[in-house]
Design a protein. Structure first.
Length: 268
């Protein structure tokens, strides 16, 4: 009896997730149907606006090239995001332990987010070459700030009573951080993680635009130059699927890192 309860709860959660996804699926299907109908009835040329069926067909016919160009983009995305994650954690800990470093560094980090990527990307490629490193750096530049802000807000959300209790027990600053401030930042961290991961693939593709030998960015650029909007949109679909997969991965990681969170959400 007890062994069937976890499977029953997982099945109920799956049914609930599918039920919540129905409106989005219906809206997406209606949009694609309207798009297909408009292309058929208007007689617009495929070189201007291809129908969804044509995009899927051409994407399937060119699947090998799309897959081959997806791997470099995925590698740059994961490498840049890993660097972003490490830098955001290190910077947040430094700012939390040294408030004067927060006052010194946070305005610089805010200013870095005002730099137009279209201007900075060619310079990064010029400085670091056409290899993987400039793509990683540009992805990290795009994604680290939401993670940093989320972590800092999470530290500030620590329950004051818990912090004072640990302080009264003569706990060290690091022990208070590890037992109170870091756990309290987890919900904020995963919120920032979901925001950042949606920018990561776009940042990698934009970096490839500035200079690369392979990748979805180069594939899109070549398809555009050859007046193949169907292949451009097929590559866009692949990049969207990569983003959705990475987004889903963050939810899985959150489930393992915060196993108590799903039960709290179901009670709301």
């Amino acid at each position: 009896m007890t062994s069937s309860q976890p499977s029953d709860s997982r099945l109920a959660a799956l049914h609930a997730a599918l039920y919540r996804a129905i409106p989005a699926l219906l809206a997406g299907f209606a949009f694609l149907a309207a798009w297909e109908l408009y292309v058929d009835l208007s007689g617009i040329k495929p070189s201007i606006l291809p129908a969804p069926s044509r995009i899927l067909t051409e994407g399937w016919l060119n699947r090998e090239a799309l897959i081959a160009n997806s791997w470099p983009t995925l590698g740059a995305t994961l490498g840049g995001f890993a660097l972003s994650l490490a830098f955001a954690f290190a910077s947040s800990i430094l700012m939390d332990f040294m408030p004067f470093m927060r006052r010194a560094l946070l305005p610089i980090f805010i200013a870095s987010q005002t730099l137009p990527l279209v201007a900075i990307a060619p310079l990064v490629v010029l400085w670091f070459g056409f290899g993987l490193l400039p793509k990683i750096l540009l992805v990290a530049l795009v994604t680290f700030f939401p993670l940093l802000v989320a972590l800092l807000q999470g530290y500030e959300a620590t329950d004051r009573d818990i912090a004072e209790l640990l302080n009264s027990m003569k706990a060290s600053r690091w022990r208070i951080f590890r037992l109170a401030r870091l756990p309290s930042s987890l919900p904020y961290f995963f919120a920032g993680l979901r925001i950042s991961i949606t920018y990561a693939v776009v940042g990698a593709i934009f970096a490839e635009y500035a200079g690369a030998a392979r990748g979805l960015g180069i594939y899109i650029l070549n398809a555009k130059n050859n007046f193949r909007p169907d292949l451009v949109l097929a590559a866009v679909i692949v990049s969207a699927l990569l983003t959705l997969c990475l987004f889903a991965l963050t939810l899985v990681i959150k489930r393992f890192a915060m196993p108590w969170q799903p039960s709290q959400e179901r009670r709301r």
